[in-house]
Design a protein around this ligand. Sequence first.
Ligand code: KG4
Ligand code: ZN
Length: 337
Amino acid sequence: MRILAIESSCDETAAAVVENGRTVLSNVIASQVKEHQLYGGVVPEIASRRHAEAISGVVQKALADADMTLDDVDAVAVTYAPGLIGALLVGVNYAKSLAYAKGLPLIPVHHLRGHVAANYLSHPELEPPFLCLVVSGGHTHLVRVNDYTDFTVLGKTRDDAAGEALDKAARAMGLPYPGGLHLDKMAQTGDPAAFRFPVPRVDGAPLDFSFSGLKTSVINQLHNAAQKGETLKTEDLGASFLQAVVRILCDHTKAAALETGCKTVVLAGGVSANSVLRREMKALCDKQRWQLCLPDLPLCGDNAAMIGAQAYYEYLAGRRAALSLNAYATMPIEQSI
Ligand code: KG4
Ligand code: ZN
């Protein structure tokens, strides 16, 4: 079964053709990063406009790269939640028109389920159940993936997502958007033990996360130094902050794996591209003799191939959207509309 998938939840306009949930026939991404860099973050209105301009060309290229036309497609899939509402609506409306024009089934896909499914493309042998740490710009979730379309959230952030905290701290250090990526590069030359950070805990919910205190601590240290006319070595501050964030992510993942008995650990989302997180999670899993699955680097960030992968399993589970499908800025990963 060949699914044409569309993703437009944030600042990448993406389309892909995926066969049977596991084989990528094409994967096209038009990134808006350069434009949003001017403003230090994603400007929702600009994102929507750029999606509207790019989407036709991106979909056509995805079909051409797969050596196909719309007549060869068996279904259309689209990210309908969560994300920037105006951005999501561009993809949703485009997908609806294609499905209507060609009489094809329309499959609604949750963005975070898509991030999890990126691993089905990178690891053909991977099957649920497994434990997944989903770390993106907007979300930080520890999820037990019971089955392809059945999820139990074990823990999530109470404030900033991990990627959001990295982006905001990086911006305070003068790094361009997306900060997490640039912080990863800069931190490689810094000393991760140079600065100490508190370990935040959420009372009564040991698997939940809180990153805003750490982020504020970075910003305060920068401001305090500036007020005294001193300069901090941002490489060291960045490396120490990143180390603190990764330590929390790994500790919580370990606790969740022990609690659930899951021996397969999976990473997903843009922050799973982080070199320190990948290294530390590998060390943890090796030590515990757990299997670790990491998405290939090009599949960590937003893309439509991951949406096409998840869409296949949503289709098998009987999920179809009517042409009245709407987009939603927020939507729990466990919920099916
Ligand atoms: O999954 P994603 O592409 O978009 C959302 O769904 O949010 O994640 C974007 C996030 C941003 O916060 C970005 O800074 C972060 O992923 N990111 C990284 C790296 N590459 C992207 N964070 C740390 N290290 C990286 N190498
Ligand atoms: Zn994402």
